[in-house]
Design a protein around this ligand. Structure first.
Ligand SMILES: CC1=C(CCC(=O)O)c2cc3nc(cc4[nH]c(cc5[nH]c(cc1n2)c(C)c5CCC(=O)O)c(CCC(=O)O)c4C)C(CCC(=O)O)=C3C
Ligand SMILES: [Fe+2]
Length: 371
């Protein structure tokens, strides 16, 4: 695939003096599970029943989510990639829902004399949950530390799902997994690209408010189509790919994106499919949504149905992914210096548009946008 972007010629992150990696967070001990879940769902009307069953997912793994360790590994991989390009800009890390929180990261940056930061989220797509909510978290954290007398100027790398390097990294993982299925006929294999379900209303309003909407879903569909086409080309196959969803929460009366991965597996089994490949392109590491919702729950569904289930790894610290993130940081820095940056289809502006991926509950301050 001709997907290499051209990194700027000078390997330089100026004007930034630190990178701020923004994670979702997760519990690391059993007693952290409920406080974490209450933080995630504060004011969101998630039924208690749902919280208790999600708590069980975490307890199934000893009360520890793998997500923070995965972000530590990503931080180390980004560090190594920056070092290899001769860039010594430090990286600090803050989470939305667990320690280290974003305000902790800002205090750490301040103590090291850093003032101008470029933020990078561990979520690739555009939607309120995966983009604006992080921008609101940044505004809250900045507000907290401003009251302590600290000051920062913070920019953000645009959501990177449309980047050619993200496709390249996902394609590598997919092709490696599919090679194991050499003997199976194409018509008996279903390729399911999986992402986090969100409320229909959140998807409908995702994107820059240009009247189109559904950008969350459209970004996934574009990547799924591209990966299906490229994998078929590389492997000489004719597999069919489609987008399905996991991790629905919220009340049953509220419409969320469908079909659910398990429901779709049941339909496919009836239609003669024998092997289901799940590729969690909606996530950047094998965190709880992946190890529980796919490796545990969807695996049980497959077992019940007598289906073979192959789960493709997320991009994690895949070299192509890490290179692409560093390219994205370099491009953001070049843009901040007023230089030209590469164009590619679906590229998001670095500053989100007014009303982009709105908070449908309550308008709140958000950084790194025009509103
Ligand atoms: C789009 C999206 C991403 C992908 C982008 C990104 O990565 O940010 C994502 C990631 C994640 N979601 C995660 C965990 C949870 N998400 C919840 C609830 C929700 N997620 C939503 C959306 C998303 N979520 C939404 C619309 C809700 C409803 C409540 C609300 O509007 O906020 C709940 C509450 C209980 C439940 O109902 O499931 C939990 C525990 C974890 C941590 C995993 C770990 O611990 O390893 C991660 C990475
Ligand atoms: Fe979530």
């Amino acid at each position: 695939m001709t997907s290499q972007t051209n990194p700027p010629t000078t390997a330089d992150l100026s004007p930034y003096d630190a990178v701020l990696l923004l994670g979702f967070g997760g519990p690391e001990a059993p007693e952290e599970v409920m406080p974490f879940l209450r933080r995630v769902t504060a004011g969101r009307g998630i039924p208690d029943e749902r919280l208790e069953s999600v708590a069980e997912h975490y307890h199934h793994f000893g009360g520890r989510s793998p997500i923070n360790d995965q972000n530590r590994a990503l931080l180390a991989a980004l560090r190594a990639e920056l070092d290899s390009r001769g860039i010594d800009t430090p990286i600090v890390w803050g989470n939305r829902n667990s320690e280290p929180f974003i305000d902790d990261a800002l205090r750490e940056a301040h103590a090291a004399g850093q003032q101008r930061l470029v933020a990078l989220t561990t979520s690739a797509y555009s939607s309120y949950s995966s983009c604006r909510q992080y921008r609101e978290n940044l505004a809250d954290a900045l507000d907290t530390v401003t009251q302590e007398g600290l000051s920062f100027e913070i920019d953000k790398v645009a959501q990177y799902a449309p980047r050619p390097g993200f496709a390249e990294a996902n394609l590598g993982e997919l092709v490696r997994a599919l090679r194991a299925l050499d003997g199976a006929p194409d018509a008996e294999i279903a390729l399911l690209f999986v992402t986090h379900s969100i409320p229909d209303a959140m998807d409908d309003t995702s994107g820059p408010g240009d009247g189109e909407g559904n950008l969350y879903q459209r970004q996934h569909l574009a990547l799924a189509a591209r990966l299906t086409q490229e994998a078929n080309r590389v492997l000489g196959r004719d597999l069919t790919g489609e987008l399905v969803f996991c991790s629905r929460s919220g009340p049953p009366t509220q419409p969320w994106l469908e079909p659910d991965v398990n429901d779709r597996m049941r339909e496919l089994a009836t239609a003669g499919v024998r092997t289901v490949v799940t590729a969690p392109i909606g996530f950047v590491s094998d965190h709880m949504e992946v190890v529980y919702d796919l490796d545990t729950e969807a695996q049980e569904t497959a077992d019940e149905l007598g289906l073979t289930h192959v789960r493709v790894p997320t991009v994690g610290t895949d070299a192509a992914f890490v290179r692409d993130l560093v390219d994205a940081l370099l491009e953001r820095a070049a843009e901040a210096r007023g230089e030209d940056v590469p164009l590619f289809e679906g590229r998001m502006p670095s500053r989100c548009a007014v009303g982009c991926c709105p908070n449908l509950r309550q308008a709140r301050p958000a950084l790194c946008g025009s509103d």
